[in-house]
Design a protein around this ligand. Structure first.
Ligand code: SF4
Ligand code: SF4
Length: 198
């Protein structure tokens, strides 16, 4: 049975998102009924002004102002919205595509550049470590226990018999070479320069 598309508007932003390679073939973007389930279950919405339902609405309205909204950078891709959506829409996927669009058109806001530290962490250690800039915020959110846990992480891992949590030696070099060959390092540099000019 072919599902009826509830919102039948066909416009730039919607089509762009549906055609993006990150979008699932069965993404229910046009079927969004604005029920708000995504927002009511979204952890980022609980702790900030970010609103996945509103984000989807603005996309359906082809309202490009959503690209300038710094709150879209609060999503952390937990996919709770996708698993709760009754029409198989994925605000999470929509968000990823919107963010890439912001980067492609050279959008600038301070929130974007906080993510650069993840990129540099990939280059240096082969994994995306939580940026040190966020330590204080997390310590405030989670209390002193978090700071203690971070400080003693290596000892705790040792005690549990776990190995390094960063890549080392040849593995690290291999990831670094992939990131250089794929143009990631160059792109990172471009974004860093754009961030510095803010
Ligand atoms: S849960 Fe799905 S249908 Fe409901 S508002 Fe969010 S995206 Fe739309
Ligand atoms: S993926 Fe993003 S939008 Fe969806 S529930 Fe998680 S934080 Fe919210």
């Amino acid at each position: 049975m072919i599902k009826k598309e509830i919102n039948s508007c066909s416009n730039g932003l919607v089509e762009e998102i549906k055609k993006d390679y990150r979008a699932s073939a069965d993404l229910g973007l046009n079927r969004c009924i604005q029920c708000g389930m995504c927002t009511s279950n979204c952890p980022a919405a609980r702790h900030s002004n970010y609103d996945p339902r509103e984000m989807v609405k603005m996309v359906l309205d082809d309202n490009e102002e959503i690209l300038e909204n710094p709150d879209i950078w609060n999503c952390f891709y937990c996919y709770t919205c996708q698993s709760n959506c009754p029409v198989n829409n994925s605000p999470s996927q929509v968000n990823q595509i919107l963010r890439q669009k912001v980067l492609q058109i050279g959008g600038k806001n301070e929130r974007i550049y906080q993510f650069l530290t993840y990129g540099y962490s990939f280059m240096e250690f082969g994994v995306g470590l939580i940026p040190t800039d966020f330590f204080e915020i997390r310590a405030n959110d989670f209390g002193e226990k978090y700071r203690e846990f971070k400080d003693k992480l290596e000892d705790i891992r040792d005690e549990l018999g776990l190995g390094e949590y960063i890549l080392t030696g040849e593995d690290q070099e291999e990831v670094k070479n992939i990131l250089i060959e794929s143009g990631f390092k160059k792109r990172l540099k471009t974004f860093k320069e754009a961030g510095e000019s803010l």
